[in-house]
Design a protein around this ligand. Structure first.
Ligand code: ZN
Length: 128
């Protein structure tokens, strides 16, 4: 059995670096509110799914706002869609693998896709 992992070539865009130079007119803005900037995540913090690939661009909070933390398959209307008995990283891994297998994904691939789950934010608090 052969197993191939594809590494898409990712060339660093020069424009990206240019756009990161702070604009002069942004300086001098009072920042006394001490509000936390909206944190964005590359991966869903529940299942590890790449947020970029999420067709809906993320799950939704109770008030309908977009969740930057969880994907649309895990989180809708401020609630997790996974069954209540799935309450640890290990169970979530098994749950995700079984879901992926149902949609015809190779078991090894499914395992690879879910092995980062114990490091995601949703599950960190449980072990702490
Ligand atoms: Zn997810």
């Amino acid at each position: 059995m052969t197993f191939v992992i594809f590494h898409p070539p990712q060339r660093r865009s020069q424009h990206l670096w240019i756009s990161q130079v702070p604009a002069a007119h942004c300086n001098g803005l009072p920042d006394t509110a001490n509000h936390q900037p909206m944190k964005t995540y590359k991966f869903c913090q529940s299942c590890g799914y790449p947020m970029k690939k999420d067709k809906q661009g993320g799950g939704t909070e109770k008030d309908g706002t977009r969740s930057a933390r969880y994907c649309s398959m895990c989180y809708q209307d401020g609630r997790f869609l996974s069954p209540p008995e799935v309450d640890t990283a290990e169970k979530m891994q098994k749950f995700c693998i079984s879901q992926m297998k149902k949609s015809g994904i190779n078991g090894l691939l499914a395992w690879l896709a879910t092995r980062s789950i114990p490091r995601l934010e949703r599950w960190k608090k449980v072990s702490a």
